[in-house]
Design a protein around this ligand. Structure first.
Ligand SMILES: NC(=O)c1ccc[n+]([C@@H]2O[C@H](COP(=O)([O-])OP(=O)(O)OC[C@H]3O[C@@H](n4cnc5c(N)ncnc54)[C@H](OP(=O)(O)O)[C@@H]3O)[C@@H](O)[C@H]2O)c1
Length: 329
């Protein structure tokens, strides 16, 4: 209820949050088949953007496009493409297919994510702990591989963007244990695994921006002429499919009870849409700004701002992804 109060200044229609220049731009939205991602993709598409729905079940992505088109006089400029973030090979295949189109990419929205509330320990196809692999490693690789398309679209005055839908829960991880991301030497907990994946997202985007030539100026300003920028958001606490791993009865009860308290996916999409399209999201807010559900820039947790830790994460991530040490984004 407090969230509603804090976000009361925002329009209920997420389309009203959009910046002015969406029409004709290209956006990739990961995880568009549920929750925040569905509203994000639909809002951008209905505003005239070309939207690539990067989904693990193309049939479901196509069904969404068909249903949106059924209420449009002109078909929307949408395409469903296969992307399974459980597999780094799938990320490589997706990126190659998109790069082959040779088209400029104005924004990559890394929205897809998992939070396995059942508490079960799972691994991705590549053997990484599943929250770390799906929420962080795969989107990190996707962001790096799509850099040529982002650079085709971005200019110093209107940079292309990489948006990571993070979470306030990143604050429950105080230090990324780079030597034990797979919980081999500590007991496993879903919240700890989720929090470390979200902390990694913020540290990584800050280091990525640094390597793209974005420098912290004074008073929260940034310097440099980077043509690609990164933004992170906490969408709020939203009723979405995030409870899908719990028993069906619990899911139904959760949705009935929590829909009175938590934000809707439309309300949750506002921060992503703001970060992806508004000019204010890039000005006066420091390197890799972090926005809350109120669309207000806030400081993430102190570990998220630890540049030394971010540089170590960068090196470890390149090694894990099989990219050369001197890889330049
Ligand atoms: N809900 C919240 O309160 C909350 C709070 C803070 C942050 N977030 C973040 O917001 C983002 C969106 O979450 P949501 O709440 O909208 O959750 P959701 O309803 O569960 O949607 C998650 C989306 O991610 C996709 N996805 C999951 N695993 C994938 C994989 N291996 N490959 C490709 N796509 C995959 C899902 O695809 P399928 O439809 O095929 O399953 C779905 O489209 C996540 O990053 C989450 O961490 C959510």
């Amino acid at each position: 209820m407090l969230q509603r109060w804090h976000t009361r200044h925002l329009p209920t229609d997420p389309a009203e949050v959009l910046g002015p220049d969406v029409k004709g731009k290209t956006f990739i939205v990961t995880g568009p088949t549920s929750g925040i991602g569905t509203t994000t993709a639909e809002t951008l598409a209905r505003a005239g953007a070309r939207v690539v729905l990067a989904c693990r079940t193309v049939k479901r992505g196509q069904a969404l496009i068909d249903s949106w088109n059924s209420t449009q006089s002109e078909p929307l400029r949408c395409e469903a493409m296969h992307l399974d973030l459980d597999s780094l090979d799938s990320v490589r295949t997706f990126a190659s297919a998109f790069l082959a189109k040779g088209e400029p990419l104005h924004c990559l929205l890394n929205n897809a994510g998992v939070f396995d509330m059942s508490g079960a320990f799972n691994r991705t196809k590549d053997g990484h702990e599943s929250h770390y692999g799906t929420n962080f490693l795969a989107p990190a690789l996707l962001s790096l591989l799509l850099m040529p398309s982002l650079k085709l679209a971005g200019t110093a005055s209107a940079p292309a963007r990489v948006v990571f839908v993070c979470s306030k829960l990143h604050q429950f991880c105080r230090r990324l244990p780079l030597d034990d991301l797979g919980f081999e030497r500590r007991s496993y907990g879903a919240r700890a695994a989720y929090a470390q994946s979200k902390l990694a997202e913020i540290q990584f985007t800050r280091e990525l921006e640094r390597r793209l030539g974005v420098m912290d100026g004074e008073d929260g300003s940034v310097r440099g002429d980077a043509t690609v920028r990164c933004v992170t958001v906490h969408p709020g606490n939203i009723v979405t499919g995030v409870v899908r791993t719990l028993p069906y009865v619990v899911q139904v009860a959760y949705k009935i009870i929590m829909s009175r308290v938590l934000l809707t996916p439309s309300e949750g999409a506002r921060a992503s849409l703001y970060a992806a399209t508004r000019g204010e999201a890039l000005t006066g807010t420091g390197r890799a700004p972090y926005f809350t559900s109120e669309c207000v820039a806030k400081s993430p947790s102190p570990p998220a701002l630890d540049d030394e830790a971010a540089a170590k994460l960068w090196d470890a991530t390149l090694a894990t992804l099989g990219l050369p040490k001197d890889f330049k984004p």
